[in-house]
Design a protein around this ligand. Structure first.
Ligand code: FES
Length: 369
């Protein structure tokens, strides 16, 4: 990719806060969370929305942590709407109630992405550390549908709940959901520590793949199913974030500007921070954003690979986490010398059975305001 081909991002993902009422074992946020005292102010988030719109971005994703833990969320949604950004709320749903949803809808919220850790409380609660979450999420789904907002269901899959996939898809179908994500956990941040406890077996994966194939056929034209497998069992890497610094710009709770949510682990790069840096300067001028953009940085055999402009070399954060070097091949790729090691690791961990889950620990409770 040359500089002349560089266009603004399609979307900005605002991680408004790391605070969350859930304590998910698979949480992909970093080990060291941003404290509430370091979060950007309402005015600063609004300034980021202004700039995103000025740059020509089309969408804003409000994420976290739990974005509903921010009392100013309706104000931010209203601001996004004013500046013409399509807004998506990525939420666990457990802090949602009728009054709060009415305020968000009135503010102009366009879309909700609601996550589930399963439909059986006995399965979901140990994964999320939140009692009564399934009932709250089901109530949230009803509210979002009653409000007429666009809705995507996100089923987070691990070895503990993979057997529920058929029930999950039936639930989505019964509720007339148009878009479902079957998202096997990817192992970043806190979740990486729990990988041995969470990763499904290849037999579970094969069963899921067959099920999704059947379901896609059955619900064609009514329900779209996005299916993400655990990277470790793939033979070719994913185009992480659609290519490093090509489509998305992430803003951390403290204003750090990143090309992906895990990039802070790449400590050899100096990522800019808002408001000291504008979004525009970060995107177009920052050496950290340029580091792995396009194909010029690629080692062999990536640089000679036919897929290099499809997978963009895979995931840099994973290359660092699994191969110890962000500049090398994503070990998920079958051409990586580390590939066999990664697959063997996954197979071995998947057979470990009941490994205790380490839930996130917060020094404070996040509750309904
Ligand atoms: Fe950072 Fe994939 S998560 S490049």
């Amino acid at each position: 990719m040359t500089d002349t081909a560089l266009t603004p991002p399609l979307a900005v993902l605002l991680e408004l806060t790391h605070r969350c009422p859930l304590r998910c074992a698979y949480c992909s946020n970093p080990l060291a969370l941003t404290p509430a005292s370091a979060e950007l102010s309402t005015a600063e988030w609004c300034a980021i929305l202004d700039e995103a719109a000025e740059m020509g971005m089309l969408q804003v994703h409000f994420s976290g942590g739990e974005p509903m833990a921010r009392a100013d969320l309706p104000e931010l949604v209203a601001h996004a709407s004013r500046v013409g950004l399509y807004s998506n709320l990525i939420t666990s749903g457990v802090l949602l109630n009728e009054a709060k949803l009415a305020v968000l809808a009135e503010a102009g919220l366009n879309h909700v992405q609601l996550s589930f850790q399963g439909l059986d409380e006995a399965v979901a609660e140990p994964l999320s550390g939140f009692k009564g979450g399934v009932a709250k999420k089901q109530a949230a789904l009803d509210l979002v549908q009653a409000a007429g907002l666009a809705l995507t269901l996100n089923f987070v899959i691990t070895r503990q709940n993979a057997h529920e996939l058929d029930a999950m898809l039936s639930y989505a179908e019964e509720h007339g959901i148009a878009r479902v994500e079957v998202a096997n956990t990817q192992y970043y941040g806190w979740g990486l520590q729990n990988r041995a406890a969470l990763i499904p077996s290849e037999a579970q994966l094969d069963a899921m793949t067959a099920l999704v194939t059947d379901w896609r056929e059955r619900v064609k034209g009514r329900m779209v199913i996005d299916y993400v497998i655990p990277d470790y069992y793939a033979r070719r890497p994913k185009a992480c974030m659609g290519g490093w610094a090509q489509r998305f710009l992430n803003v951390m709770p403290d204003g750090t500007l990143l090309p992906c949510h895990a990039a802070q682990t790449l400590t050899h790069l100096d990522f800019p921070r808002f408001p000291a840096s504008t979004l525009n300067a970060a995107w177009f001028d920052s050496p950290a954003f340029a580091a792995y953009r396009g194909t010029a940085w690629m080692p062999e055999p990536c640089s000679g690979c036919d897929n290099k402009e499809k997978d963009w070399g895979g995931c840099r954060c994973q290359a660092l986490a699994l191969a110890g070097d962000a500049n090398t091949l994503d070990p998920v790729c079958e051409h990586s010398p580390k590939h066999e090691h990664v697959v063997t690791l996954a197979r071995r961990e998947a057979q470990l059975g009941d490994v205790p889950l380490q839930l996130r620990r917060f020094s404070y409770a996040v509750t309904e305001e």
